[in-house]
Design a protein around this ligand. Structure first.
Ligand SMILES: *Cc1c(COP(=O)(O)O)cnc(C)c1O
Length: 467
């Protein structure tokens, strides 16, 4: 399997190269040269498998020759071994037509673990084969940092430094990062904002000498391997509810469009998916686009579901490329125009094609709290604010034609205790494996918002680990 860029000006690569590169050098995103296809019999053969085995088989055509299948199987087993539920991605029925699929049983209690636990191991394996090491550097406002740290901890070929704005992340989120005791993990609390942290990371990547010296790398959400690792749970959900003989729909709380794009990929592989509902909070650029073919950027406003507080959904480019019949020049022109003007209207034919599968849905904070409260009262189910958007989105369309809707639950409610208390009056407890989080010792370095000081700290951390 080879991968091409959505902007058409980068050479085709294999899975391992795409994993390490992330973004293509022409600024585009990698997509498979052609979509693998599973027949009904292929899907049926996956039905009775444990999740890790199902994941390896679903990902195998995307990995291709880059890794022996036995290695992929082992890495999947190891990645999902530490999850807190034996089903890994359990399904729970809410009412006649709606289910939730819980994607938050990983080490940091959010869906990003499903991809990142595997990506960390894939990185390690590929780097060991090449005799290389990398230093992952990232900035976080909370959520993504801990998932990346948990993915990289104790990996032999990877060091990781995460910058967070001092005093500006929630306590759960900070502790999930700073209590990880691993030699290859460092946390830096920057005296500044999240934007300052992001600017520092950008400056480090722009510093060619520093980037090369330390082998800087990133594991961001545009990495194709992350999308590939998210396809299996759509397969597991659909098969559990009668697929491939029965169509299902998914409702996905969406930020960068990575999660729902994996559902699209599953459908391109032949999984019978009738509809995809894209859930948004007040930052509703995608819902507006799906309603009226108007993608226009507005300022990001904070909400109760911070991982969806986003205006430019980077993975949307992959869907656009498909909707434009894989016309790379048209995709490049559309994306460059969007970056320059902050607005985009796609050709009518492409928009209609997107609309045959995708629907938008928006829920503001007040309605999100009401949804959490109502759901708890009716079913006893506790949904975090992100998941509540997905669950409400799953009811937004008439069920019709016996299409069960599966809402993706992307975070554990204990990660958002304040919102849960506001909605239900109680704070959900952390799962037992994290119950002592508030007692664990934290380790981090406080540094000023100063590039040279932070580069020096990262360099000495790197030298210590190389020794
Ligand atoms: C990252 C995240 C999302 C958004 O996922 P995308 O792939 O960026 O669309 C939704 N909910 C939670 C809890 C997340 O951490």
């Amino acid at each position: 399997m080879r991968y091409i860029s959505t902007r058409g000006a980068a050479p085709a690569r294999d899975f391992a190269a795409v994993l390490l590169a992330g973004l293509a050098e022409d600024g585009g995103l990698f997509v498979p040269e052609s979509w693998p296809h599973f027949t009904a019999a292929d899907w049926r053969a996956l039905r009775a498998l444990p999740y890790a085995e199902l994941a390896a088989r679903v990902m195998q055509p995307f990995v291709g020759e880059a890794l022996p299948f036995a290695v992929l199987q082992r890495l999947c087993r190891e990645a999902y071994d530490r999850f807190g539920h034996p089903a890994i991605v359990p399904l729970i029925q809410l009412d006649t037509h709606r289910w939730v699929q819980e994607l938050f049983h990983g080490p940091t209690l959010a869906f990003k673990d499903l991809a990142l636990q595997l990506i960390g191991r894939l990185f390690d394996h590929v780097l060991a084969e090449r005799g290389e090491r990398v230093m992952i550097v990232g900035a976080t406002s909370g959520d993504t940092g801990s998932a990346a740290i948990e993915a990289c901890r104790d990996r032999a070929r990877v060091d990781i430094v995460i910058l967070h704005p001092r005093g500006r992340t929630s306590e759960v989120q900070r502790r999930q990062m700073t209590t990880v005791r691993a030699r290859n993990v460092a946390n830096i609390a920057v005296e500044g904002t999240f934007d300052d942290c992001q600017d520092l990371v950008k400056a480090m990547f722009a510093d060619a000498a520093f980037r090369t010296e330390l082998h800087l790398s990133a594991v961001n959400s545009i990495n194709w391997a992350r999308i590939a690792a998210q396809i299996p749970y759509y397969v597991a959900g659909a098969l559990a509810l009668g697929g491939p003989e029965r169509e299902v729909g998914f409702a996905v709380p969406t930020g960068n469009f990575g999660n729902v794009l994996a559902a699209y990929a599953a459908r391109r592989m032949g999984l019978p998916i009738a509809r995809l509902v894209v859930g948004a909070n007040r930052n509703d650029i995608l819902a507006r686009f799906l309603a009226s073919n108007d993608m226009s950027v507005r300022p990001v406003e904070p909400s109760l579901s911070p991982s969806m507080d986003i205006q430019i959904s980077s993975n949307f480019e992959r869907l656009l490329f498909e909707a434009l019949d894989r016309d790379a020049a048209a995709t490049r022109a559309a994306m460059q125009g969007f970056r320059a003007s902050g607005t985009m209207k796609v050709p009518d034919a492409a928009w209609h094609r997107i609309r045959t599968l995708f629907h938008g849905f928006r829920l503001d904070d007040a309605a999100t709290l009401a949804e959490i409260r109502l759901l708890a009262a009716r079913t006893g189910y506790l949904a975090d604010p992100h998941s509540a958007v997905g669950i409400a989105a799953a009811a937004a369309l008439p069920a019709g034609r016996d299409v069960p809707m599966i809402a993706m639950a992307t975070a554990h409610p204990a990660k958002f205790p304040d919102a849960m208390q506001q909605a239900t009056g109680t704070r959900p407890p952390l799962p037992s494996r994290l119950a002592d989080l508030y007692e664990r010792e934290e380790q981090y370095t406080v540094l000023p918002n100063d590039l040279a000081a932070i580069q020096a700290a990262i360099r000495s951390f790197s030298l210590r680990n190389a020794a």
